[in-house]
Design a protein around this ligand. Structure first.
Ligand SMILES: [Zn+2]
Length: 205
């Protein structure tokens, strides 16, 4: 792609680093920004900079938060003895949308995936096991996607905590749309959390 301006080229190159954005799409977006009022582009870049600089991860559940302890963890009305284990913040948002879950979350930050070089120590597993060892948690709900990586991760965590007095369950499978929680419709997802099944039963299926 030949550019008439180095500034334009730089902006397009940066934009095209984003997933799913090729050079052509990047160019279209950048040209759109040149057409819209300057303030709008400045607001966008300021929002991105502020997010990157100031966003935090909750010290308890690792959810994305503006404060040290996220709103869910610091809400006294949530049941702190039930923890739903999820892959990332999108899953928290999807489950919160169902209004069917009143416990807390634990965000792993991914799934164990040897193919991608992601091992247990790259994820927030140790802090989860430490919480279980404290003895205040009665139930862990595994809500990872039912892929091989999701199952591997569930099983790894299960092995770490099986000697402790904690009930483990998994959300009822029935989520069909792409297997990803974020794409499941709210009613199906809400129902699958309410109708969760013991983890050991799910392994035998
Ligand atoms: Zn939290």
């Amino acid at each position: 792609m030949e550019f008439s301006s180095k500034l334009l080229e730089r902006a397009v190159n940066e934009m095209s680093q984003l997933p799913g954005i090729g050079k052509r799409t990047a160019l279209r977006l950048v040209l759109h920004m040149l057409r819209q009022p300057k303030e709008q582009t400045i607001a966008l870049s300021e929002a991105l900079q502020a997010m990157r600089k100031d966003v935090k991860f909750c010290k308890s559940c690792h959810n994305i938060s503006d404060v040290e302890l996220c709103e869910i963890c610091s809400n006294p009305n949530r049941k702190e003895h039930i923890i739903c284990v999820v892959e990332d913040v999108r899953d928290v948002m999807a489950i919160e949308n169902t209004s069917s879950f009143k416990g807390l979350y634990h965000v792993l930050g991914g799934k164990i995936s040897p193919m991608d070089g992601i091992g247990p120590h790259d994820l927030n597993i140790e802090t989860l096991v430490a919480k279980v060892k404290q003895g205040t948690i009665k139930e862990l709900i595994f809500a990872l996607s039912s892929t091989m990586e999701g199952d591997t991760t569930n099983f790894y965590i299960f092995k770490q905590i099986q000697d402790y007095k904690v009930f483990t369950s998994t959300i009822a499978r029935g989520i069909s749309v792409g297997d990803e929680l974020e794409y499941a419709d709210e009613i199906t997802l809400g129902r699958s959390i309410v109708n969760r099944i013991p983890f050991e039963t799910s392994m035998k299926l």
